[in-house]
Design a protein around this ligand. Structure first.
Ligand SMILES: Nc1ncnc2c1ncn2[C@@H]1O[C@H](COP(=O)(O)OP(=O)(O)OP(=O)(O)O)[C@@H](O)[C@H]1O
Length: 270
């Protein structure tokens, strides 16, 4: 496991053309991606999560700011070099899982093809077993359920523990058991040294992450690492015991509670 960042983005900016003029999808985002960790990017719809994933997975170049891959500015890499990096070192799970699967290959073939592209040897059926798809080994993506496609896309992207594993909403279609399989697989790859970055609204995935980044309107509005989190309980009357360092933020004991995008935020009254 390395502590040198795999990716470092500074003041990242991304623009897209829109009928009303360019949309600023990202507006000055600083981000560091480390091997061995799961980072979750959260935020409301349209806040720039997928855009940030596309930059980190080297699928798009930023319109501004600087992105470094292992210390080298991405702006200095040729298309060919980027393509090679993507093929060998980056696993990608698109928001629509079929977009990251080969339509003509069955589940077995997806894993085998990915192993060939990455130059790794592995037992294909073991990879399918990790996401409970052994029984679907000969099924094509088109005949799979959304949840099966999603599990297959994650298993294929995770082949060979790539340096970077990026997944857009990897548990969105999944029931609790399947989500646990997928999150277990992402954890296992992080334990093998992969940097795992996911965009998610899912509390189960956020709980599995080491670091949580919150985006809003293309700006990073929050950053929490696992060692800053506390576990507490809520009693039968809905009372919550805040840890001391959080309590210190509310010296007069009053606060406002805001529910945002499936999260509860506590604020000092204005
Ligand atoms: N290819 C594109 N062309 C034009 N506008 C785009 C494109 N991709 C994203 N956008 C715009 O950029 C902004 C950020 O979009 P993005 O998909 O990154 O958000 P998101 O947080 O991933 O949303 P969601 O949770 O709905 O997937 C939005 O305003 C979106 O409409």
């Amino acid at each position: 496991m390395t502590t040198e960042p795999l990716l470092e983005g500074r003041e990242l900016l991304q623009l897209y053309a829109a009928p009303t003029g360019p949309t600023q999808a990202l507006r000055g985002v600083d981000v560091t991606v480390l091997g061995g960790r799961i980072s979750a990017i959260t935020g409301p719809s349209g806040s720039g999560k997928s855009t940030l994933l596309a930059l980190l997975a080297l699928r798009e170049r930023p319109a501004g700011g600087e992105l470094r891959h292992r210390g080298t500015p991405v702006s200095g890499l040729t298309r060919r070099q980027l393509q090679r990096l993507r093929r060998r070192e980056i696993g990608w799970v698109a928001q629509r899982p079929t977009h990251s699967l080969f339509p003509q290959l069955d589940a077995r073939g997806q894993i085998a093809q990915m192993a060939r592209l990455r130059g790794v040897r592995l037992a294909v059926l073991d990879s399918l077993a990790e996401v409970d798809l052994t029984a679907r080994a000969t099924a094509l993506p088109a005949v799979m359920s959304g949840g099966e496609q999603q599990r297959l896309a994650v298993a294929a992207a995770a082949v060979g523990a790539p340096a970077l594993l990026v997944a857009d909403e990897p548990t969105a279609e999944l029931d609790d058991d399947s989500a646990a399989l997928v999150l277990g697989l992402l954890r296992a790859r992080a334990a093998q040294g992969s940097a795992v970055v996911i965009a998610t609204h899912d509390a189960r995935a956020i709980a599995a992450a080491d670091t949580v980044l919150r985006l809003r309107h293309g700006v990073l509005t929050g950053y929490v690492s696992a060692d800053q989190r506390h576990t507490t309980t809520i009693d039968g009357q809905g009372r919550l015991q805040l840890p001391e360092d959080a309590l210190a933020l509310f010296p007069d004991g009053s606060l406002t509670v805001k529910i945002v995008d499936g999260h509860v935020e506590l604020h000092r009254p204005e």
